[in-house]
Ligand binder design. Structure first.
Ligand code: LLP
Length: 392
C-alpha cells in the first residue's frame, strides 16, 4: 500500500514530519480482529510502539486492550478511552508510585518480574487494603533471531523470572495475601519474523502451566506477549503481517482450556507499516568514492538505524524538479553531529537534488516515540491520511 503521493498536503508540508496511513491501520486491525479477537484471544496494544492519541483511539475502538510499561503509559491509555480492566502493566522496574497508580486505577493485571517486586506489590496493596491481580512474567530462555538488543527471553536478559526463581515464587505465593494470582506472562523479544520461537514458547507454556498447577495454583490468564515482526525490506509486498499464521501457532500448540484466557501484547505488527517519516534533501555532497544525501530528518526523529542498524525502505516521493529517474547510490544521512546519524549506506534512489521529498518507511512503531531533543532539535508535526487528526 504505497503512500498517497498525489496528496498535495503531503507534498507541500514542512519536514521533517511523521505521516500515518490510517486506512492501513484500519485494515491491519481488521486482520487482528479476524484471526485473533474473533477466536476469543485478547490483544493488548503495546503503547510503547506508538502512543499518539489519535492512533490509540482507533486501536481502542477496534476492541484491543492496552499493554503499558510506565505510569505515563497507563495514564495515556486511560485518557484515550481504554478501560482500566483492559490494561496490563509490564516492566522490569515499576516504581512505588506506578504500582500505586495501577492499584488505584484498578487495572486488569500486573506482569511481575521478580520475587522482590511481588513482595513490594503485596506490601503496597496491603497498605491500600486491596488485592493486586498478578501474572508472573517468566523467562523461558528461548533464543530468537533478532537484533541482540531485542531479545528479552534469554536468561542473560534482565527480564522475567528464571526457572530457579520460579520455585521460590511458588513457595512464597501462599503467604502473599494481597496478591491475586491470575497466571503467567512471557515476552521473548521483538521483530521476530519466523514462527519457530513462538512454537517453542507455546510448548514451554504448556509445561509451565502443568508445573504451577501441580503446585496448587490455577493459571487463568496466559499472556504470550508480543514480538511479531514486520517486513522492513519490502513494506509494499507485506503491508500487513500474516496474523493468520501467527495466531495459528497458538491454536495449534497451546493446550488451551475453556476456563483460560489467552492474551497477547502486540505493538510493532499493528502500527509499524502505517507510519512514514517524511524528510527533504538539504544538500548533496559528492566525494570520490561516495555521495551523501544530507536530509532534514535525523536520528532525533528516527533512531532505529543508528541504534540497531535497522533497515528502512526509503522512497523518493516527490522531486523538486525531476531531472532523471536514473538510479544513483547514496549514503542517506541526517543533520545531527554524530556519524551514527545515518539512515542507509550505498542506497539506490533516483538522482536526488535539494528539496526532494523522501519517505522513510515502516516508521510507525518505535519511531516517533523514540524521538529526542538532542542538538536542541525542534518538535515536528504529525499528519494523518484522513486529515482529521492533523496537528500541523
Ligand atoms: N510486551 C513487552 C513486555 C515488551 O517489552 C514489548 C516490547 C512488547 C510487548 C511489544 O513488542 P512488539 O510486538 O512491538 O515487538 N525499540 C525497539 C523495540 C523494543 C521492543 C521493546 N519491547 C525497536 O525499535 O525495534
Amino acid at each position: 500500500m504505497p503512500l498517497p503521493v498525489s496528496k498535495s498536503h503531503l507534498i507541500g508540508h514542512s519536514t521533517p514530519c511523521y505521516y500515518y496511513d490510517l486506512s492501513l491501520l484500519d485494515a491491519t486491525l481488521k486482520e487482528v480482529h479476524k484471526h485473533g479477537l474473533d477466536k476469543g484471544y485478547h490483544v493488548h496494544y503495546a503503547l510503547k510502539a506508538n502512543h499518539e492519541p489519535y492512533i490509540l483511539k482507533k486501536i481502542q475502538e477496534a476492541g484491543l486492550g492496552a499493554d503499558c510499561v510506565s505510569g505515563g503509559e497507563i495514564q495515556q491509555a486511560l485518557d484515550n478511552g481504554f478501560r482500566a480492566d483492559q490494561i496490563a502493566f509490564a516492566g522490569v522496574g515499576k516504581s512505588d508510585q506506578e504500582i500505586t497508580l495501577g492499584l488505584e486505577s484498578d487495572i486488569f493485571c500486573f506482569n511481575v518480574e521478580s520475587l522482590q517486586e511481588l513482595s513490594v506489590i503485596n506490601e503496597i496493596a496491603k497498605k491500600r487494603q486491596t488485592k493486586a491481580p498478578v501474572a508472573l512474567r517468566l523467562n523461558p530462555n528461548i533464543a530468537v533471531k533478532t537484533h541482540t538488543y531485542m531479545t528479552t527471553g534469554l536468561n542473560d536478559n534482565k527480564f522475567g523470572i528464571s526457572d530457579e526463581e520460579l520455585h521460590l515464587v511458588i513457595e512464597a505465593l501462599p503467604n502473599l495475601f494481597y496478591i491475586e494470582f491470575l497466571g503467567i506472562h512471557f515476552h521473548i523479544g521483538s521483530q521476530i519474523n519466523h514462527l519457530e520461537p513462538f512454537i517453542e514458547l507455546a510448548k514451554k507454556a504448556n509445561r509451565y502451566i502443568e508445573q504451577i498447577e501441580t503446585a496448587g495454583f490455577t493459571v487463568k490468564i496466559l499472556n504470550m506477549g508480543g514480538g511479531y515482526g514486520v517486513n522492513y525490506k519490502e513494506p509494499d509486498n507485506e503491508p500487513i503481517p500474516n496474523f493468520k499464521a501467527f495466531f495459528n501457532v497458538f491454536d495449534t500448540y497451546l493446550n488451551r482450556r475453556s476456563d483460560q484466557e489467552i492474551h497477547f501484547e502486540l505493538g510493532r505488527s499493528i502500527i509499524a507499516q502505517a507510519g512514514s517519516l517524511l524528510s527533504r534533501v538539504l544538500f548533496i555532497k559528492e566525494r570520490s568514492k561516495k555521495t551523501f544525501a544530507i536530509i532534514d530528518a535525523g536520528m532525533t526523529e528516527l533512531i532505529r538505524p543508528a541504534l540497531y542498524q535497522a533497515t528502512h525502505q526509503i522512497d523518493r516521493i516527490n522531486s523538486a524538479k525531476i531531472i532523471s529517474n536514473t538510479l544513483k547510490k547514496y549514503d542517506i544521512v541526517g543533520p545531527i553531529c554524530e556519524s551514527s546519524d545515518s539512515f542507509a549506506q550505498n542506497y539506490s534512489l533516483p538522482v536526488l537534488q535539494r528539496g526532494d521529498l523522501l519517505a522513510i518507511r515502516s516508521a510507525g512503531a518505535y519511531g516517533q516515540v523514540m524521538k529526542s531533543q538532542y542538538n536542541l532539535r525542534p518538535d515536528f508535526p504529525v499528519i494523518y491520511s484522513d486529515e482529521l487528526g492533523n496537528q500541523t
